[in-house]
Design a protein around this ligand. Structure first.
Ligand code: PAF
Length: 280
C-alpha cells in the first residue's frame, strides 16, 4: 500500500491508476479507523479499481473549544486496517499541504451548513466542505464514500458536489453498530464505561422511532415526542437536537416520508454523539 504525503503524489497515483483502466475511489477519514470505516473501504474496493483512504484531522472543521488537539491519532493502526481492507493508498498530508500559508479559500454551502450539527457547531460544515472538495479534486475521484451516520454532512456534500459540478459520485454506506446498538464513532473512545451505557439512549430512541414509523406513525411531532420520552429516562444526557428533516435540504419535515431523516444529537458528559435513521 502506498503512503502519500503530498497532493502531487496523490494526483500522480490517481493518474497512474486511471491509466491502468481503474476507477478511483476515495474514502475521506480523520483516522482513528474502526469497523465503520472498514465497511466504507470494502465498499470502495468492491466498486473501484483503485482506492485511497485519506487520513487527515482537519483543523477547519473544529470549533475553538472542540477536541482538535486531543482527537485520537492512531496512524500505524489506521494504515494496517486500511491495508487489510484492500486500500491501495493512504493519503496523509501535513496541515500545510492542504492549507498552504495564507490559505483564504473556503467552500461554504449556505443554508444547509447552519442546520442540525451546523447549528451547534458554527463553521463545522464550512471546514468539512472545504477539505472534502480539496480531497475529491486532488484525488480526481470518481467516487467518494461516506457513512450515513454523518447524515447532515452527506446532505451538505451532495449539495456541494452538485453546485461545484464535481465529477465524483457520492456513495453513502449504512451505519455500522455495536451488537448493543451504539453507532460506531471514533469519539466513542472518549466514553467512560458509565457513559458508554448512557450513550445507548441515542440508538434506543432511533430504534423506537423506526418501530413507530413501521407501525404507521408518521407525524413528526409524535415521533419527536416519543424520542424525547426515551431521552427523559436518562437525564444525564443533554439533548442537542431531535429533528425530522428533509434529507436533501435539512429543513424540518412535518411527516415522515421517504428520504426524510430522523436525527438526534446529544452530549454524554463531554462527548457529543449523533445517530439517525432515514425513512424508507
Ligand atoms: O466524516 C469525517 O470523518 C470528516 O468530516 C471528513 C469527511 C473526513 C472530513 O474531514
Amino acid at each position: 500500500m502506498h503512503i502519500l504525503r503530498t497532493v502531487a503524489e496523490l494526483r500522480q497515483w490517481a493518474r497512474t491508476g486511471r491509466a491502468q483502466g481503474g476507477t478511483i475511489g476515495l474514502v475521506p477519514t480523520m483516522g482513528a479507523l474502526h469497523a465503520g470505516h472498514a465497511s466504507l473501504i470494502r465498499a470502495a474496493k468492491a466498486a473501484c479499481g483503485q482506492v485511497a483512504v485519506s487520513i487527515f484531522v482537519n483543523p477547519t472543521q473544529f470549533g475553538p473549544h472542540e477536541d482538535y488537539a486531543v482527537y485520537p491519532r492512531t496512524f500505524d493502526a489506521d494504515c494496517a486496517l486500511a491495508s487489510a481492507q484492500g486500500a491501495d493508498a493512504v493519503f496523509a498530508p501535513a496541515v500545510e499541504e492542504l492549507y498552504p500559508a495564507g490559505a483564504a479559500t473556503f467552500v461554504d454551502v449556505e443554508g444547509l451548513s447552519s442546520r442540525l450539527d451546523g447549528a451547534s457547531r458554527p463553521g463545522h460544515f464550512r471546514g468539512v466542505a472545504t477539505v472534502v472538495s480539496k480531497l475529491l479534486i486532488a484525488a480526481e475521484a470518481d467516487f467518494g464514500f461516506f457513512g450515513q451516520k454523518d447524515a447532515a454532512q452527506v446532505a451538505v456534500l451532495r449539495r456541494m458536489v452538485t453546485d461545484l459540478r464535481l465529477p465524483a459520485k457520492l456513495v453513502v454506506c449504512p451505519i455500522v453498530r455495536e451488537p448493543d446498538g451504539l453507532a460506531l464513532s471514533s469519539r466513542n473512545a472518549y466514553l467512560s464505561p458509565a457513559e458508554r451505557t448512557q450513550a445507548l439512549t441515542l440508538s434506543r430512541a432511533i430504534r423506537q422511532v423506526e418501530a413507530l414509523v413501521a407501525a404507521g406513525q408518521r407525524s413528526a411531532a409524535s415521533l419527536i415526542a416519543a424520542a424525547r420520552q426515551t431521552f427523559a429516562a436518562e437525564p444525564t444526557l443533554r439533548i442537542d437536537y431531535i429533528e425530522l428533516v428533509d434529507w436533501a435540504t435539512l429543513e424540518p419535515a412535518e411527516t415522515a416520508r421517504p428520504n426524510t431523516l430522523f436525527a438526534v444529537a446529544a452530549w454524554v458528559g463531554q462527548t457529543r454523539l449523533i445517530d439517525n435513521t432515514v425513512i424508507a
